[in-house]
Design a protein around this ligand. Sequence first.
Ligand code: C2E
Ligand code: CA
Ligand code: CA
Length: 558
Amino acid sequence: MHKLDKNQGFDAFCATAEQFATCMNDNLFVYDIINDAYFITESATERFSLPGPLFHNVTENLRDVVHPDDFAMLQADLQQLLNGEKMEHELRYRWLGKDGTPIWIVCKGRVLQNQEGKPWLMLGCINEIGQKQKADNVSGLLGASSLQERLKQLPVLPDGYVMRVGIDDFRMINERLGVDYGDAVLRQVAQCIERRLLPGQSVYRVISDEFLILDLVGGTPREIRGLYDKIRQEVERDIARRNYEAVYTISGGIVNIRDMEQADYEEIMRLSEFALGQAKRMGKNQVYLFEQEDYEAFLRSRAISRSLRKAVSSDFEGLDLYFQPLVYTQSEELYGAEALLRYRMPEGESISPAEFIPILEESGLILPVGKWIIRKAADMCRVCREKYPEFRVSINLSYIQLTKGPVFAEVMEALKETGLPPDALIMELTESGYLENSINVQKVWHRFKEAGIQIALDDFGTGYSNLQNIGRFNPDIVKIDRSFTLRALQHSYERQLLSHIINMVHSINLRIVIEGVEEKEEQQQVMLLGSDFIQGYYYSRPCSREEFLEKYLIKEVV
Ligand code: C2E
Ligand code: CA
Ligand code: CA
């Protein structure tokens, strides 16, 4: 072992460490045990909450940077070194970042002795354990932190694009063919991308199955779309060459650098993630070019989704169930009501169901909300029956509830709680073209029917093979959509068509609701068509439970 001269030591080591540190990612330190001084290279002071590059009273000062839970462990280890009980230090523990967040580090050091054989200096380095890899050995490409560095070198990005490429349903490849095969696919796609890149274009693997192409050539949108097409063709050829062992597709999201405010790493990642997500939402195996309006719509929908999630977890605050009366066409007496969901954001904005119901469906929140609606609607029906013993409440069901939730059990439970007979409830289902083919939906439908719960086919006349669905679902009620009614009122041909449909539906003992009657004139014409019930603004707009009770029930019942 070298015995070094004390006087030459500390400063010289510090200077050397600083020189080395400029060309490495490690944080080098020199700890003068005898004089209780500590030096660490400058990069560390930018990252960690250290008092500075040089400080005395080492153990106490380290208290500020070491995670409180790890300090005792460090202190014990240092004590052994100071006592000369051991010469090597290697410890994994947490330091605190400048903003106080814990960062896992590994600290390695070696003690040098002075001429008297006493512990004198410890030289070592500190590395972040969780630090992102600069290169990715699976795909053979550079990784996210290399992209970050590249962007730092170009503080102002020239014209060009970023294109994020993702493998569609990559998880399924991993699940079906194994992780090793998944890795091979990643490598193949990386190679396909690289083969099609021009000078001025570079590619990084940013996260699991996603690659980011930085294109500083600054061509036209058509050219960058063309790059996606070429990569896609390359991937297709590659799959064929491998005899279709695994068949997969790729999606691409492009952002024009000029459409960004900062074009820094964070913004590039954020917007390209959205753009790729949009390509996937549009059905995958395609490319999407960023548009500001789409992004704003996406942000709005995400904000609504988040606030709906909060609403659900705070006792449905902001959600409300409104009721719109259905009246007998001839007598104009009250028959029942349709329950309609309302939502007001915490900031006060009312959102239309046409906007928030799809968000509830996509997020799955329609399941808890749907259950809540069933209970509230049934309870309203119970109250109204005190004055109108035949009162019925209509509940809209989403296909998500029918395919993924225990909706039948929920309805039965609501009947039990309220003591209502099954036919007090009407379940409304909107035909949608593909729903009808789901065996699951038909099964649930049958259970409703067998239990004596009424069912209504909603939005009849809005585009799908309607008559067939009457046969398939065997509903009790058919609701004619406002758009169909309006057409029938304007054109004699459609009026005849509607009239025949009504007759036919009556002939198999189903009943008809005409929806969306707004004006007196419309109401008079609709009466002639022979529907059973009318629902529309002409009688009442949907109103809150209190308002509805106020309007239709005597005070004592309320
Ligand atoms: P829908 O089931 O067809 O409901 C009838 C819609 O027509 C309601 O719109 C109602 O306010 C509106 N309406 C009623 N009378 C008139 C009228 O005279 N003129 C016009 N122009 N419109 C009238 P709303 O409440 O905005 O709901 C829209 C859609 O959102 C509903 O259409 C339904 O598909 C869905 N929805 C509403 N509440 C729920 C719910 O609780 N669950 C589910 N799954 N969907 C719901
Ligand atoms: Ca409805
Ligand atoms: Ca409807």
